[in-house]
Design a protein around this ligand. Structure first.
Ligand code: FAD
Ligand code: 8R5
Length: 456
């Protein structure tokens, strides 16, 4: 479709996806209005000043490139070359993510990224409304109701097309579900998270290695830390909600003393770097982790969902934002290519829903990998062989982590080829203790037979 002057695209939510999508659609010539429940962060500052960072990978970076924003974002990002694993005995080891510094991920500040995207959306011509919480939709009259939570006042806006970028608790999803069953299912992981902060060192530098994503794997739970440009780290403890079989859980940490005792026992080196442990633990809520599955993302040509509103996932692959950004580019392209909105939204759903399912599954699987397998002998042998095969067959054998993180092949392709590769690694390392013992001629033949060249 060519942009039409009698048609406005109304976006609910000016978070990461809503702001980027507004920029992309406004640049393409559409009239765009965005309604966000919170205040304008450019006026009030973001999230109470807390540094919350996200890992940006190739899919997200590529979307930012489409909006001309990648350089501005990377100028404020910290490079993470690999996992720095902190073993229980205190020693550490860097496991590189990619072959060199062209294959890295970037720690970016959520608040600053959001500001940049909002400025870009506005510069492209999108109209932004803050203090406007979507509260109800009349899909017959095509009217949406918004509430200003400061005083409870209500505003009603006529719409042509509604786009839901209003996050995991999406109000638009709720309104659509009241008209048509969306097949909504929430699956709670049964684990929660708590954020803590490592401040800068006395000399103003980073207290631990800056250019890495730190992991303290402890079997059934773990801590991670991502660097901030302010030379701080945001530390996140992931832990079961309920203690069971001798493993700790949030419900068995009734007070600060219990929380400190857990850290002193399992993460003493991390605890030593968190001087404000007590204040952080008391002030920060326990975050919830769940996967949201839907069977439908759109209501003919009237409404469509994307990002967390359509497919919230657990965080363990660091792909929630990356996937949401990929959604934005895909939706903008389907709107440009189709003859009407119903066709565009159906094509968007057909393309993206199977891929959202695939990354949701891989994100769940990566929790086990991060917390339990990074220090396991079989895993390390398979990982050595994986690196060797990736060098010998760079176009055929691309580790699953790399397909998800450094390539843009559909997530469903990464999942399927990852399965083939895993079986191959298990077969090839059977009975071997070291990678030198693997029969490489036979393994090369298996690679050529099972893995056609990957072209993306
Ligand atoms: P959101 O960014 O949540 O935006 C939704 C917006 O809608 C918000 O601004 C909200 O205020 C607004 N809103 C909500 N309801 C209404 C309403 N009724 N009316 C109007 N506006 C409304 N992803 C990664 O790729 N890498 C990471 O490392 C990573 N780390 C994360 C760390 C944390 C602590 C969390 C919580 C998530 C992380 N994610 C990460 C996931 C990522 O944040 C989300 O996947 C991404 O923000 C989804 O974008 P979105 O625009 O769909 O939703
Ligand atoms: N999200 C991430 C990865 C994969 C790292 C690897 C994992 C915190 C709430 Cl848990 C997690 C990754 O496999 O070595 N890349 O990026 C981000 C992650 O968690 C984010 C910061 C998070 C939700 C709290």
């Amino acid at each position: 479709m060519k942009p039409r002057h009698d048609t406005t695209l109304t976006i609910a939510g000016a978070g990461l996806a809503g702001a980027l999508l507004a920029a992309l659609l406004a640049r393409a010539g559409w009239r765009v209005e965005v309604f966000e429940k919170r205040a304008d962060p450019r006026q009030v500052g973001y999230e109470g000043g807390r540094s919350i960072n996200l890992a940006l990978a190739e899919r997200g970076l590529h979307a930012l490139r489409q909006a001309g924003l990648h350089e501005a974002v990377l100028a404020q990002a910290v490079m993470m070359r690999g996992r720095m694993v902190h073993f229980a005995d205190g020693h550490t080891a860097l496991q590189r993510y990619g072959k060199d510094d062209s294959e890295v991920i970037w720690s970016v500040h959520r608040g600053r990224l959001n500001l940049l995207l909002l400025d870009a959306a506005e510069a492209a011509g999108a109209k932004l409304h803050f203090h406007a919480r979507l509260d109800g939709v009349d899909f017959t009259a095509k009217k949406a109701r918004f509430i200003d939570d400061r005083d409870g006042s209500v505003n009603t806006h006529a719409f042509n097309v509604l786009i839901g970028a209003d996050g995991a608790g999406s109000a638009l999803r709720g309104a659509m579900g009241a008209i048509t069953p969306l097949g909504e299912r929430f699956e709670s992981l049964g684990h929660g998270y708590k954020e803590l902060e490592i401040p800068p060192a006395a000399d103003g530098g980073f207290r631990i290695e800056a250019n890495a994503l730190h992991i303290w794997p402890r079997g059934r739970y773990m801590c991670i830390a991502l660097p901030n440009t302010e030379r701080t780290f945001t530390v996140t403890l992931f832990l079961p909600q309920h203690a069971a079989d001798g493993a700790p859980g949030f419900d068995a940490l009734p007070d600060l003393a219990a929380a400190r005792a857990l850290f002193a026992h399992d993460f003493p080196d991390a605890l030593a770097q968190i001087p404000q442990f007590d204040a952080d633990w008391s002030a920060h809520p326990i975050g919830q982790l769940a996967t949201l599955y839907l069977d439908r993302w759109h209501l003919d040509g009237r409404a469509v969902l994307l990002g967390d509103a359509a497919h919230a996932m657990v965080p363990f692959h660091g792909q929630g934002m990356n996937c949401a950004f990929e959604d934005c580019v895909a939706l903008a392209r389907h709107i440009a290519d189709a003859t009407d909105f119903a066709t565009a939204f159906a094509a968007f759903q057909a393309q993206r829903l199977p891929n959202a399912r695939a990354i949701q599954q891989m994100a769940l699987e990566n929790y086990l990998e991060m917390r339990d397998r990074v220090d396991d002998a079989d895993y390390l042998l398979q990982r050595d062989l994986e690196r060797l095969l990736a060098q010998r067959h760079p176009e055929r054998f691309v580790p699953r982590y790399a397909m998800v993180t450094f390539r843009r092949v559909p997530y469903a392709t990464a999942l399927e080829r990852g399965r083939v590769q895993r079986e191959l690694l298990i077969e090839a390392t059977r009975g071997c203790a070291r990678v030198e013992e693997v029969n490489l001629d036979a393994t090369d033949a298996l690679v050529r037979a099972r893995l056609p060249p990957l072209d993306a």
